[in-house]
Design a protein around this ligand. Structure first.
Ligand SMILES: [Zn+2]
Length: 469
């Protein structure tokens, strides 16, 4: 069109819109356009050949502008495409995390890799049992389990270029174990965009802030339950205070608190007549304001805690029995029933509105209503319908919640119930049930259990019920 004289001015947003390749574009600007008397304007680059001819001076800055524009363009485009995928909960990583593989039907979804997932489960289980990351790694290596990197190599899964991998010919290491234990992806949650380059010019990775992350719950099937995952995070926090050299943690490691000063208590070994005895004591000492009268023998403490746990589980179980009776018969069922009635009522109204709407048309045809009235009334009814439909949706999600509430309540009591018949304590039981133990003196201690909020809540429900009776 330029050549046939139909156009005498070309306007572009950016110079890069004219052409991607510098030499060709520059030929147009320097030769083709001037020869044909065409004015050229690039708005963002502030170029207008009517004001200023293209000189060689300008060409230098052109080159910069063009390359820049081109790179920026591509960078923005790939970025946007990736972000859309991330928002959809699509997995955009090149390599799936150990324990998962990419789905054959949908390359953007993760599915469980049975073998690797079983190893991940073992790792979490061992950690909950009190085995240190070092020892877990050693055990896996002893058993000849391939490290994530070697496993991927063995299965022709592409290896990541950086980050989630170990060195060549790698074995399991504490670092790998800890990375797996800390990865929320195993609970089904997909967190993407943790790191990224701020723009195409800066190649260094920066950590993104929370609101820049793309988080999708239940993006894929979980390997580890949320409860076990949280438990392990708690354990790892506790264990940072404990000597890293111990292979297996002691029964109460990191859990005992001095009732006098609030400090963590220390374990010590006392040898007496060829026997070894273990004690816990507060290291603060009298000088720093702790009476230190609460040194306890580990055996005594174990016996006392075992009895307390047994009694507590009995309480929880009987509480569950009472609550489950109330739950299904009274409170929850009553609420669910109420919501159901409300939904039925709205559905009735909806039906009425639909009936009105259909008679409206008949009235219009038979000449009772003129066109304007018909239109106005129809619009009103449609609006009503919309409102009623919205209300139904809200009520339905409330009903869902109400139904789920019953099962959620049961869950925490089930958690205690699984240890109903224990006779001896082990590290697993202690961390599953107990948050901390405060020791005041040899006979006086205070145990804080897991799910204390739920327990309190259950008790208050019970109280409400008794008052009502
Ligand atoms: Zn103390």
């Amino acid at each position: 069109m330029v050549k046939s004289g139909k156009i005498n001015c070309v306007i572009v947003k950016d110079l890069s819109r004219l052409g991607r390749e510098y030499n060709e574009t520059f030929t147009y600007l320097r030769k083709v356009f001037p020869a044909l008397g065409v004015r050229f304007i690039a708005i963002n680059d502030n170029i207008d050949t009517a004001k200023e001819a293209i000189t060689n001076d300008l060409s230098i800055s052109f080159k910069g502008v063009m390359n820049d524009e081109y790179c920026r363009d591509i960078s923005i485009k790939t970025r946007t495409a990736l972000n859309i995928k991330r928002k959809n909960g699509d997995y955009v990583g090149a390599t799936p995390v150990y324990g998962y593989k990419k789905s054959e039907e949908n390359n953007n979804r993760l599915v469980i890799d049975d073998y690797a997932a079983s190893i991940v489960k073992d790792i979490f289980k061992m950690r909950i049992d009190g085995i240190s990351a070092d020892k877990i790694a050693a055990q896996l290596n002893d058993k000849g389990v391939l490290s994530p990197r070697e496993y991927k190599k063995d299965n022709n899964i592409p290896l990541p270029r950086n980050g989630y991998c170990d060195k060549a010919n790698s074995k399991w290491s504490a670092t790998t174990i800890i990375r797996i234990l800390k990865d929320e992806i195993y609970t089904g949650k997909l967190i993407q965009g943790k790191q990224g380059t701020p723009n195409y010019k800066i190649k260094e990775l920066v950590k993104r802030s929370e609101d820049e992350l793309f988080i999708t719950e239940n993006a894929h099937e979980a390997i580890i339950s949320k409860h076990d995952f949280d438990l392990v995070q708690k354990l790892m926090q506790l264990d940072t205070r404990i000597s890293p050299k111990t292979d297996r943690l002691h029964l109460f490691s990191g859990m005992l608190i001095c009732g006098c000063c609030g400090n963590r208590m220390t374990r010590k070994t006392v040898a007496y007549k060829g026997n070894k005895y273990f004690y816990y004591y507060c290291p603060t000492g009298k000088k720093n304001g702790c009476k230190g009268e609460n040194m306890v023998k580990e055996d005594d403490l174990t016996e006392c805690v075992t009895e307390s746990i047994q009694a507590y589980i009995k309480n929880v179980t009987s509480l569950q029995d009472v609550l489950s009776g109330i739950d299904s018969s009274a409170i929850n069922a009553e609420r669910c029933g109420r919501i159901k009635t409300q939904i039925a009522e709205i559905q009735k109204q909806l039906k009425k509105t639909a009936d009105f709407k259909s008679t409206l048309y008949e009235n219009f045809i038979s000449g009772i209503l003129d066109k304007d009235d018909y239109k106005a009334l129809k619009a009103t009814y449609s609006k009503d319908e919309q409102k009623l439909n919205d209300t139904i949706k809200t009520l339905e999600s409330e009903l869902d919640e109400c139904v789920n509430n019953t099962s959620k309540k049961a869950l925490w009591t089930e958690h205690f119930k699984q240890f109903e018949n224990i006779s001896e304590l082990d590290r697993n039981i202690v961390v599953q049930l107990i948050v901390s133990i405060k020791i005041f003196d040899k006979t006086h201690l205070q145990i804080t259990y897991n799910f204390e909020d739920e327990y309190e809540q259950a008790l208050s429900v019970l109280e409400d019920m008794t008052e009502a009776v």
